[in-house]
Write a protein that binds this ligand. Structure first.
Ligand code: PRP
Ligand code: URA
Length: 208
């Protein structure tokens, strides 16, 4: 069974306070989501495999360790895009795939509209990123598509989740580790996370 890790770090708590605040501007919201992505990436990648190598410093030969596997970041559009550049700051060699998915406003079912991932996805560590894990429908469907494309080593990196989303994702994909900055208690009648931060895509892109 994949693990669930909910972060407990002062910088992440502080940045969560900023993005939860309804008065936060689009600019600050966007910058802070990106910063949270970067902070989370450090921990999410803690156990990535390394390969031993040897390099020459200006002074001497030395043994080194380098990442043994490629990392592919897969944002779920739109809101997942907001976390990509923060993670890329830590893993500049990471390739990026895209899965377009939106929740139908009436049925809440995930609707796919785009899918493009690097050929190397099947051998890579794949970080699926989306700030919100609500009903779990979007990320569960996105991971099914990634597995159909051959992905075998998948981690989910979200910012705010809730117990329903975690259970749905765990049941559908028990092999996937789940990383969240916060686990909120519930959803409302419209399946928005409570207290949450509202509609992540709209707040990132100023669409409402
Ligand atoms: C949001 C969010 C997730 C999804 C989570 O996307 O970014 O993808 O909802 O909800 P779920 O767990 O119930 O599926 P949305 O559908 O609003 O699309 P957007 O990112 O384009 O705004
Ligand atoms: N999608 C969002 O953007 N916010 C929520 O609270 C739930 C789904």
């Amino acid at each position: 069974m994949g693990k669930l890790k909910v972060f407990d770090h002062p910088l992440i708590h502080h940045k969560l306070a900023i993005i939860r605040n309804k008065e936060t501007t689009t600019k600050l919201f966007r910058e802070t989501v990106d910063e949270i992505g970067a902070l989370m990436a450090y921990e999410v990648t803690r156990d990535l495999p390394t390969a031993d190598g040897e390099i020459e410093t200006p002074i001497a030969l030395t043994a080194v360790k380098m990442l043994a596997k490629e990392v592919v970041i897969v944002p779920i559009l739109r809101a997942g895009l907001g976390m990509v550049s923060g993670i890329q700051q830590l893993i500049p060699t990471a390739k990026v795939g895209h899965v377009g998915m939106y929740r139908d406003e009436d049925t809440l079912e995930p609707k796919q509209y785009y899918f493009k991932v690097p050929d190397t996805t099947k051998d890579a560590t794949v970080l699926v990123v989306d700030p919100m894990l609500a009903t779990g429908g979007s990320v569960t469907a996105a991971i099914h598509l990634l597995k159909d494309a051959g992905a075998q080593d998948i981690r989910f990196v979200g910012i705010v989740g809730c117990p329903t989303g975690v259970d749905v994702l765990k049941n559908a994909h028990p092999d996937v580790d789940i990383y969240l900055a916060a686990l909120d208690p519930k959803m409302n009648e419209q399946s928005y996370i409570v207290p949450g931060l509202g509609d992540a895509g709209d707040r990132l892109y100023g669409t409402k």
